[in-house]
Design a binder for this molecule. Structure first.
Ligand code: GAP
Length: 453
């Protein structure tokens, strides 16, 4: 495996410097583990989510889409087991007033100087471990009263189960079929951190695949393979990805089998996505709590059963972080150091930059005309500010795969140079052929140049 130059600090600093991700509420001193996505971050995350939707909806006929409410009936969380079981054990220190996860106390830092582990000094005064529910609570309606307590959803999955019956009635689908959803989830994590890896507000990309019970194992294998392929096709190096089946004592209360797709983050191998065989736990639980029948009935044969569920559950922020880390590279061109994001072109926030070589002789006007023509089909950026080398570097740093340069010759024969971010090759090409060539390159299979390192 090639040694990586990337560290979490370099990613955080690039994200801030180039406007991908900012610490949230910074003018008020920031709010722990909350982040705001800036312009390039929004474009990149939109592309990650679009690739996910494509894999779920466009490339298959057996999955439909959903966008459910964040605040759902509170009994949802009784049925799902989140009210009683979605907890972490925690201890408080009565002296420094900090809160620590009881099962991670070895990694905790006492709030007093010099920093020690919680409980290590004679001043530390720790409480017994208590269960702390990770759901954010709020109230609906103008007054706080009995029955007005609701929760921000801690996963998008439950919205899918609540709508299972609607989809059976309206979508003309029968098992095996899936319902996919992307949306925000909220968890009051005791130890968030590592940038957007673990936040209290994050975005999930989840799909619940409903299958006849006897087919559950086969579909679990299918989805595990599909999801691994999704990451490698987007350019993640296979030797930085692995599948880790959960031990029996690690399984969530609803799961009979789970495998995590792990990525080699700078913090070590960590979960990127989980694929779980949830059995019939959720549909049965919601049927029991709601009094509704949540089962599939075959109209021809009369056969009826509660489908089993295979769930690939990914995090959009975590996927974005892994893709940024995997793409980050540093090299040297003509003795000058360069930071470059070797992102898959279909993920890159900007596909093409259009640059006049000099800011005179009609070059800016022609470059602006090309930019206007290209932006009809791809995200294009026009930049005339500064030396051409610096403009290339700016684009390399945000991962723009191609740069079009308008020069003196362009005015004479309507050709431009097309520069490749990774090979640095510059080809002369007719302006009229640009749109088609960029489209062709975007559709072509791609592999990370870091694989050759
Ligand atoms: N419905 C199953 C479920 O929610 P999970 O493993 O808790 O499973 C799925 O979450 C994915 O959501 C994780 O693999 C991760 O990518 C993302 N995720 C979970 N908690 C997160 C957090 N606090 N911050 C960012 N992403 C998170």
């Amino acid at each position: 495996m090639a040694p990586d130059t990337v560290t979490m600090d370099k990613i955080v600093s690039l994200c801030k410097r180039r406007g991908f991700v900012f610490p949230s509420s910074e003018i008020y001193g920031g709010l722990g583990s909350s982040y705001d996505y800036g312009h390039y971050g929004v474009l990149l995350k939109t592309n990650v989510k679009s690739r996910w939707w494509e894999a779920m909806l466009q490339e298959r006929d057996d999955i439909v889409a959903l966008d459910s409410a964040i605040i759902q009936h509170p009994r949802t969380w009784q049925a799902s087991g989140h009210l009683s079981g979605f907890t972490d054990p925690m201890v408080d220190c009565r002296t420094c007033k900090l809160r620590f996860r009881a099962d991670h106390i070895e990694q905790g830092h006492c709030g007093r100087k010099p920093s020690r582990k919680p409980g290590e000094t004679s001043d530390c005064n720790l409480t017994e471990a208590r269960d702390f529910n990770l759901m954010f609570e709020t109230t609906v309606g103008p007054v706080r009263e009995d029955g007005s307590t609701v929760y921000l959803r801690p996963e998008t999955a439950q919205g899918i189960f609540l709508n299972f019956k609607n989809y059976l009635q309206t979508s003309r689908k029968k098992p095996p079929f899936g319902i996919a959803q992307i949306g925000k989830s909220f968890r009051n994590e005791i130890t968030p951190g590592n940038f957007v890896f673990r936040m209290r507000e994050f975005e999930q990309m989840e799909m619940e695949f409903f299958v006849p019970p006897a087919e559950a194992e086969r579909w679990f294998e299918h989805w595990t393979e599909q999801r691994m392929n999704w990451y490698t096709e987007l350019g993640i190096r296979p030797d930085h990805l692995k599948l880790r089946p959960h031990e029996r004592d690690e399984l969530s209360h609803y799961s009979s089998a789970t495998s995590d797709i792990e990525y080699l983050f700078p913090i070590g191998w960590s979960e990127l996505e989980g694929i779980a065989n949830r059995g019939d736990f959720d549909l049965r639980a919601h049927a029991e709590h709601s009094g509704q029948k949540l089962e599939y009935v075959d109209t021809a044969s009369g056969e009826r059963y509660v489908p089993h569920v295979i769930e690939p559950a990914a995090g959009a922020d975590r996927a974005l972080l892994a893709l940024l880390i995997d793409a980050y590279d540093e090299d040297e061109i003509d003795g000058e150091k360069r930071t470059v994001l070797r992102l898959h072109p279909r993920l890159a926030p900007v596909k093409v930059a259009v640059l006049p070589l000099v800011r005179k002789d009609g070059q800016p006007e022609l470059a602006a005309e090309i930019h206007r023509a290209l932006r009809g089909s791809v995200q294009s950026e026009y930049d005339e500010g500064g030396a051409i080398g610096r403009r290339y570097r700016r684009q390399d740093e945000i991962g723009t795969p191609w740069a079009v340069t308008v020069d003196h010759q362009s005015l004479e024969d309507r050709t431009v140079t097309l520069r490749d971010r990774d090979s640095l090759a510059q080809e002369r090409i007719a302006i009229d052929a640009l749109g088609e060539e960029i489209g062709r390159r975007l559709r072509a299979p791609w592999r990370s140049p870091k694989l050759n390192d």
